[in-house]
Ligand binder design. Structure first.
Ligand SMILES: [Zn+2]
Length: 420
């Protein structure tokens, strides 16, 4: 079933010749489009259901698909349907763009003739969101900027290639606070960009706290049987109390041992509700609390604190929380790491996951059994969150020029892989 083999990119048919190609339709929401034909490959973008993508060829259980004129990527055959010959891929023309205020910032409304594949890249310096619309052409139009749309400074638009339009949203040079994007109807794309935090400190901030695991999901189990789900919950409840005393509002993903989903239903059944709950609430910051495990058969001597983030805007809270947590616990600060953990991939707000210590390390398991240690863990994360909101008023998220940009991936051991 190979229809296009050995063609150089410039020879690939344009959308006007779509009848020579086959097309697949996405069947699920948040479909991962990857750089290669395995789940280990990076996500190029995530797309909603219903979009129709032109196929270059099938490779095992994956379709190699085309985005715009010159980019190719992969989608799992399990989440798409091969449409009959003659079906046309999604393609559109942008007919209007407007920028208007909404409660939490600025809403970009893009009118187009149909939903098309897209990708958004977040940049910290200069601060911007860059939107690529694939299989899409710009038409002659202006950008209507309504009064009060203050979270976006300016918009640039360019027809990057024949079938790829690029819109750049220039943002204030401040710590970014998140965005969401989607197609509320077949002829409208909406991107909500939140304005920078309006004040330092914890007052009026909504913080999502996620004690990892719970219920049937025990998480790591220490050498003498301490369960990670219990330690995570105890630390998170202490953190909740500290934050509320400090003036913040807190949304807990769980406050008892009850978990989400079941191991038989797969990891997503545990993680999706946590992600959705905090996303719907429009949190200002999300922190997932875990303790680590080196995995069976590996050294029990590994110990220390690790902190994970994914979106560029999450690097500053990761750094600050990590430093405060390590200092509070007196543990080895192993690293912060850029990692596509399930609960970190959303772009609605900065998201961080802490691994306070290694439950698989007998000394650290013993420490984690003490109330004092768990309280210090909560205090460390609390101090980090408070410092982050203070720093966020005066930085763009990269504290000094040349500091670590997203992409410097850390290392190996982690019991909370959370890959899909
Ligand atoms: Zn965990």
């Amino acid at each position: 079933m190979l229809w296009v083999v050995g063609l150089c990119l410039s020879c690939l048919p344009q959308t006007g010749h779509a009848q020579t190609e086959r097309v697949v339709k996405i069947l699920v929401e948040n479909a991962a489009i990857r750089s290669g034909p395995t789940t280990e490959h990076d996500r190029v973008t995530v797309l909603p259901s219903g979009l129709k993508l032109p196929v270059v060829r099938k490779e095992g259980g994956w379709y190699r698909i085309r985005l715009g004129d010159s980019q190719e990527a992969y989608v799992s055959a399990d989440i798409v349907e091969l449409l009959p010959e003659g079906s046309a891929p999604s393609q559109a023309k942008v007919t209007d763009v407007s920028v208007r205020p909404f409660e939490k910032g600025t809403r970009i409304v893009i009118s187009l003739t149909a939903p098309v594949p897209f990708r958004i890249v977040q940049r910290l310096r200069p601060a911007a969101l860059i939107l690529e619309l694939f299989n899409c052409r710009l038409s002659q139009y202006g950008v209507r900027q309504l009064e009060g749309a203050d979270a976006v400074l300016a918009i640039e638009q360019v027809q990057k290639t024949t079938n790829t339009a690029e819109l750049t949203f220039h943002l204030p040079q401040r710590q970014q606070t998140g965005y969401t994007a989607g197609f509320p109807s077949d002829d409208t794309m909406a991107i909500d960009i939140r304005r920078p935090y309006q004040s330092a400190g914890l007052q009026d901030k909504l913080i999502g706290i996620d004690p990892g695991h719970g219920g049937a999901w025990t998480g790591a189990i220490g050498p003498t049987g301490l369960r990670e789900k219990q330690a995570n919950l105890d630390i998170a409840l202490r953190l909740k109390q500290l934050l509320e005393t400090g003036g913040a509002r807190v949304l807990m993903t769980r406050e008892t041992d009850a978990g989400f989903g079941s191991p038989g239903a797969g990891q997503a059944s545990d993680l999706d509700p946590r992600r959705e709950l905090t996303k719907q609430a429009a949190c200002d910051l999300f922190v997932s609390v875990h303790n680590n495990d080196t995995g069976e058969g590996t050294s029990r001597s590994v110990g220390g604190t690790e902190t994970y983030y994914w979106t560029p805007m999450s690097i500053l809270p990761a750094k600050v929380i990590h430093a405060n947590l390590g200092a509070a616990l007196g543990t080895q600060c192993r690293f912060i790491s850029w990692r596509p953990f399930y609960v970190l991939r959303e772009t609605d707000c900065p998201r961080v996951l802490v691994e306070c210590c290694y439950l698989s390390n007998p000394d650290e398991e013993a420490a984690l059994k003490s109330v004092d240690f768990r309280h210090r863990a909560a205090l460390g994360v609390f101090c980090g969150i408070r410092e982050f909101f203070d720093k966020a008023m005066t930085t763009d998220g990269l504290e000094t020029a040349g500091e670590q940009e997203p992409g410097s991936v850390g290392v190996q051991e982690n019991g909370d892989g959370q890959r899909p």
